[in-house]
Design a protein around this ligand. Structure first.
Ligand code: SF4
Length: 350
């Protein structure tokens, strides 16, 4: 299979162009055609010679994704279901905020981490995506927004998969979309969310990127976390918090902790007090997420008033806590839902 054009950074294009005997500035032209002019074919790159365009078509693929479905919610949320070259399906979402459009991307087909509240892990991990397959999701979102004169303001790496289990492709993706010669999405506008793969957090801190690091915490202590997130057996809470401190020290960025509230499991006032105590003085932000009902696990949603109460208790420890706004509740917006539906339909028809 041919590699994807979106797999390459600017440096990768410079190297390829040099090998072709072309001047180095051709790499800038490639970035311009791919990310600014956003062409759909190498043949549209009209300031490159015909021979060069032919070599590009022989060696690379330009469109790694086939669009299967696009759903648009009343609140403007757009959910894409894409088919990859090997038939696997992935999801990408555009969310609307008052500060701009944010795109949530997928980094793996399925996931092997096994968080008990997550539907995306039920079928296990099928494969990692390449850098280009992740970049292509942002490009598809940008091309969709082009029709309304909009642009991608920020990117959250929070779709299906554990990005730090696909580390090189994830960091490569961040470098490609951040490049000012391309999409130029600011590092501070890129959030990467991890279940807590401790060695990768240290490695990522040393990349000295200014990205927002979001940790899927979901529990105020190791005991509860172990039950909800098997990854916590490998990387206990204490080690995780030390790694987060290292990230903050290296980058000067504060950490966001994602906390999915699951009825009766981690949403009681005593959990809120423990969470407040755990993070007091760390400068962290807590993002509370009322979890969606997972029928396979029999998890129930925390009532709204209890969510507010939880938030208040956490904030009483001077820890900033927000409640995640739901996007696209009238479409299949929960992570993995659209893909799961598609997989069911394929199974029934086979
Ligand atoms: S929450 Fe993320 S890391 Fe955990 S199982 Fe789901 S996709 Fe994997």
């Amino acid at each position: 299979m041919k590699p994807f054009a979106y797999d390459r950074t600017h440096a990768g294009w410079s190297e390829w162009m040099t090998k072709q005997g072309e001047p180095a500035f051709r790499a800038n032209q490639m970035m311009d055609w791919l990310y600014k002019k956003r062409v759909h074919s190498f043949h549209d790159m009209t300031n490159l010679s015909r021979g060069l365009r032919e070599r590009l078509s022989e060696e690379f693929q330009l469109e790694p994704l086939e669009t299967l479905t696009v759903q648009q919610s009343d609140d403007g949320t757009v959910k894409f279901l894409f088919r990859l070259h090997d038939g696997h399906a992935i999801e990408t979402v555009i969310m609307r905020h008052n500060y701009g459009n944010s795109v949530c991307v997928t980094t793996q087909v399925g996931c092997r981490i096994g968080c008990t509240f997550c539907a995306s892990t039920l079928g296990g991990l099928k494969r990692d995506l390449t850098t280009g397959e992740v970049v292509a999701q942002v490009m598809a979102a940008q091309k969709y927004l082009d029709r309304e004169g909009g642009r991608v303001h920020s990117v959250v790496i929070m779709g299906i998969g554990e990005p730090f289990e696909n580390y090189e492709a994830t960091v490569g993706f961040m470098r490609v979309i951040n490049d000012p010669r391309g999409l130029g999405i600011g590092q501070r506008h890129i959030t990467v969310s991890t279940s807590g793969i401790v060695p990768s957090i240290y490695k990522f801190a040393d990349e000295k990127l200014q990205a927002v690091l979001a940790i899927s915490l979901h529990a105020p202590n190791q005991e509860v976390r172990k039950k909800l997130m098997p990854v916590s057996r490998r990387y206990p809470l204490e080690e995780l918090l030390e790694a987060c401190q290292y990230y903050s020290d290296q980058t000067g960025r504060r950490i966001t902790y994602e906390y999915a509230l699951i009825g009766g499991k981690n949403d009681q006032p005593e959990h809120a007090h423990e969470l407040g105590q755990l993070l007091a003085g760390s400068g962290a932000l807590v993002n509370l997420i009322p979890v969606n009902y997972v029928p396979e696990r029999n998890y129930i949603r925390t009532p709204r008033n209890q969510v507010f109460r939880f938030q208040k208790i956490v904030e009483s420890y001077k820890v900033k806590a927000t409640i995640r706004r739901e996007h696209g509740s009238d479409i299949d917006a929960a992570c993995g839902q659209l893909r799961a539906k598609h997989m069911d339909a394929e199974k029934r028809s086979s």
